[in-house]
Write a protein that binds this ligand. Structure first.
Ligand code: FES
Length: 96
């Protein structure tokens, strides 16, 4: 969802995770590279895995997340406040 500046991830086990598309290093827009199964920041070549966790310097942390709620099988993403995290953890996923 580039207009809203996030990617909505559906994990293999079925949970949802919304990650900000701004790199936590200096704020460049990251892109999804499906053939490599990772996000890439074009500015300094930082890579983030499927869950937005960082794979290499210079980034200090994973991609920030947005709160996800699901009501009546509809997924809502609150983009008002990005949340920082240290690493991906399964508890960050939201399930139907
Ligand atoms: Fe993304 Fe520097 S802004 S790696």
């Amino acid at each position: 969802f580039p207009e809203q500046r996030f990617f909505l991830i559906r994990a293999h086990e079925g949970g949802f995770l919304a990650v900000h598309n701004r790199c936590p290093h200096l704020g460049c827009t990251v892109t999804w590279e499906p053939e490599k199964n990772h996000f890439l920041c074009p500015c300094h070549a930082a890579k983030f895995d499927f869950y937005g966790d960082f794979e290499n310097p210079p980034v200090p942390r994973p991609l920030d997340t947005f709160k996800v709620t699901i009501e009546d099988r509809v997924v809502y993403v609150d983009t008002s406040t990005p949340e920082q995290r240290k690493h991906f953890e399964a508890e960050q996923l939201t399930y139907v």
